[in-house]
Design a protein around this ligand. Structure first.
Ligand code: SF4
Ligand code: SF4
Length: 306
């Protein structure tokens, strides 16, 4: 393999495919993020109630309950008896992400994603290459601490400071202007990713991402590298990937070309920036652990430390 270059990712793909195709999945994700937000906003803004509530718990068209299963788990551990609709909503959300891919939530729904993407883009533009190396297992420890805190205190502690909940609630209820805590938390995440640890929040600390990675580890939506023979090792995909450790196994000419790691958010950015169309997003059979093989061992074989 030739030595990796540190050129800015993107121009080669734009030259090869045109600006639109070199940003297609990014545009699709921003559109999806805006659409999810719009579902919640039509009520407060125009009196047309499509979805009432927030990402934590909502009801769509008066019939479809959707509940964040992590919020429900904290609530149960805190000793609260959930309503039936909340349980049904959590089962529906769990089922969808388990079937598809858990971390689709991170790149297609979460309102914090544009903040961390912006920090990563600014890091690249400023040529900031170094940063504090954090253990990827940290987010799983944070997740355990979040659940334990509810159990010990009898209060859903995390939701009082969860950046995802704070930002989404503020966007939906129009309290951004008054939300000093929201801006402080969002600015802290941006600065942390920019100046301390690249992709530090989503990749190493966020317990919501850790939870959805666990939920969707056998999901069917995955990126593959069907044209990996065309790869010239430019490293552009590694530079834009929020979880770059997931890419290498798929590019090796041994084993599967499918990125099975539950850390992959299916953001599609690697597809965008590859000038040779190495990657594609599609449905794939999940890689189930062989009988008698611990699930963690299956993941580790693909270089996935989570
Ligand atoms: S491998 Fe591709 S789709 Fe998966 S997280 Fe990285 S850039 Fe996104
Ligand atoms: S897969 Fe594409 S973007 Fe990634 S290193 Fe190979 S040629 Fe570059």
């Amino acid at each position: 393999m030739s030595a990796p270059s540190r050129r800015r990712p993107g121009p080669a793909a734009v030259a090869a495919k045109g600006r639109l195709r070199a940003n297609g999945w990014l545009i699709a994700r921003r559109t999806a993020q805006a659409a999810f937000l719009a579902l919640f906003l039509t009520g407060p803004l125009f009196g047309v109630w499509i979805t009432k509530g927030t990402l934590a718990a909502s009801e769509t068209l008066g019939v479809l309950p959707l509940t964040d299963p992590l919020v429900l788990a904290q609530s149960l551990l805190a000793g609260h008896a959930p309503e039936t609709a909340a349980v049904i909503g959590a089962i529906l959300v769990l089922g969808a992400y388990a079937l598809l891919r858990g971390r689709l939530y991170c790149s297609w729904v979460c309102p914090i994603n544009p903040v961390t993407d912006a920090a990563a883009a600014l890091r690249r533009r400023l040529g900031l290459k170094e940063g504090t190396a954090l253990n990827r297992r940290l987010r799983h420890m944070v997740l355990a601490a979040v659940l334990l805190a509810s159990l010990v205190t009898g209060v859903v502690v995390w939701e009082a400071v969860n950046p995802v909940t704070l930002l989404h609630r503020s966007l939906v209820f129009g309290s951004l202007a008054a939300g000093g805590l929201v801006w402080t938390v969002v600015a802290a995440i941006f600065l942390f990713d920019l100046a301390v640890a690249p992709r530090g929040w989503c990749g190493h600390l966020c317990p919501v991402g850790a939870f959805y990675a666990r939920v969707g580890r056998f999901g069917t939506v995955a990126v593959a590298a069907p044209r990996r023979a065309a790869c010239d090792h430019c490293m552009d995909c590694y530079q834009v990937c929020p979880e770059p450790h997931v890419i290498a196994p798929a590019l090796r000419d041994t084993g599967t070309d499918v990125i099975h790691s539950p850390d992959c958010t299916a953001c599609g950015r690697c597809i965008d920036v590859c000038p040779h169309d190495v990657f594609a997003l599609g449905l794939h059979r999940p890689r189930l652990p062989a009988a008698g093989t611990p699930v963690g061992a299956t993941a580790l074989r693909q270089g996935d430390p989570s």
